[in-house]
Design a protein around this ligand. Structure first.
Ligand code: PLP
Length: 432
């Protein structure tokens, strides 16, 4: 049986794992950056590849015994290239933040400028928020949404900033933006000022791989970074995809856009990381194989249909959504306008009915990040469980009912039981 050995050797940890599995089975995961991996991905992640050191790259390692690590990493690379249509993939970044940092260190000198999306408008911490260490090394300038009712980016502001600051990277990417970018406009501005066009597709990688959202490479981007554990439904990890000439990662090359694949490889190892986590790379390979399967397209389509239905139902129940809807897998409720409550209170209330989402800033939020004016939610995980439009309508009803009745213990318990009952009808993949 699963975890039998662990139960004998370390009961407290085995007990916590069991409790976490139960929490996941009995609850509804609406955090848009989370998902449930398959048992096959978990198997690869828990495999003996975890025992192996393999500094370097396939066929160019600094340790012996690499006949199988080389093969597994090469398979992951080839599958990633096929999924995203690019010349090169580095599958070694330990997660999304290290992937972005590796790109900065590959292409920038200290003091160089990057233009990224403002955090409260949807950007990510690693795109230059002042609290990050990267912000001490590089100069980050921010663009924003122009029209908060439609979500349209202020491309005029972006171009003005680019002409003024002469950035080395223009970065398109987000963790909390419910619309699609106009990648061609980003790429044209980057080209005008001689910057690299970089997209961080961490949230939407699965939707792009499935062909359901636009692929930045089709619009002239040179670098794409991503996590592998969100809509792509793999293990926790990162990846850097590039166009350009693939060279020997052990040899120094000139800093040109053509040489980006080699510059990136050298920045990941030995520049920034040590030995790759081969068990994780094996699990990435399995997840990429799953994403190449035609049924992954159906999954991606359903994520989008579910998000549309959930957002429309929430709005019909009186919720104010940032940009009034969504074109992807996520949405943000302005909880102050909708309920007169900050996001932390809504998050805690929904925790009580086994629905998990996260408090989140809304554009130009006047409240602090710990008590912001909104919550962020999305459909990748519940779609993996097989939930569809009908369940989305029910979930929207429960969210609004629970928040409005948050002081009524009986009502909260009644909704919690209903949520749990529904969840048990849609098991998580690893417990099927
Ligand atoms: C757009 C974006 N980039 C990078 C990251 C960082 O990824 P990780 O938490 O795996 O380091 C995230 C995480 O949420 C993200 O949303």
């Amino acid at each position: 049986m699963k975890y039998d050995e662990l139960k004998k050797s370390d009961p407290p940890i085995a007990d916590l794992i069991e409790k976490e599995i139960k929490r996941q089975q009995h609850g509804m995961e609406l955090i848009p950056s989370e998902n449930y991996v398959s048992q096959a991905v978990l198997d690869a992640l828990g495999s003996e590849f975890t025992n192996k050191y393999s500094e370097g790259y396939p066929n160019r390692r600094y340790y012996g015994g690499q006949e199988f690590t080389d093969q597994v990493e090469s398979i992951a690379i080839e599958r990633a290239k096929k999924l995203f249509g690019c010349a090169h993939a580095n599958v070694q970044p330990l997660s999304g933040a290290p992937a972005n940092i590796a790109v900065y260190s590959a292409w920038l000198n200290p003091g160089d400028t990057v233009i990224g999306m403002d955090l409260s408008h949807g950007g990510h911490l690693t795109h230059g928020h002042p609290v990050t260490y990267m912000a001490k090394i590089y100069n980050f300038v921010r663009y924003k949404i122009k029209n908060l009712e439609t979500g349209e980016i202020d491309y005029d502001q972006l171009r003005d900033l680019a002409l003024k600051h002469k950035p080395k990277i223009i970065l398109a990417g987000f963790s909390a933006y419910p619309r699609e970018y106009d990648y061609a406009k980003f790429a044209a501005i980057a080209q005008e000022v001689g910057a690299v066009a970089m997209a961080d597709i961490a949230h939407i990688a699965g939707l792009i791989a499935a062909g359901e959202l636009k692929n930045p490479f089709d619009y002239g981007f040179q670098i794409v970074t991503t996590t592998t554990h969100k809509t792509l439904r793999g293990p926790r990890g990162g990846m850097i995809l590039t166009q350009g000439k693939v060279g020997n990662p052990l040899k120094e090359v000139e800093k040109t856009m053509e040489n980006l694949p080699t510059l990136i490889d050298r920045a990941v190892f030995p520049g920034f990381q040590g030995g790759p986590h081969m068990n994780n790379i094996a699990a990435k390979a399995v997840a990429f194989g799953e994403a190449l399967n035609p049924n992954f397209k159906d999954y991606a389509k359903q994520i989008l249909k579910n998000a549309k239905t959930l957002s429309e139902k929430l709005m019909s129940l009186g919720c104010k959504l940032v940009t009034n809807g969504t074109d992807n897998h996520l949405m943000l409720i302005d909880t102050v306008t909708s309920f007169g409550l900050t996001g932390d209170i809504v998050e805690k209330t929904l925790d009580q009915i086994n629905i998990t989402l996260n408090k989140n800033a809304i554009p130009d939020d006047q409240n602090a990040y710990y008590t912001p004016s909104g919550v962020r939610l999305g459909t990748p995980a519940i779609t993996t469980r097989g939930m569809q439009e009908q369940e989305m309508e029910q979930i929207a009803n429960w969210i609004v009912e629970a928040v409005k009745n948050r002081e009524n213990e009986n009502k909260i318990e009644e909704i919690r039981q209903a949520v749990q009952e529904l969840c048990l009808k849609f098991p998580i993949p690893s417990s099927k």
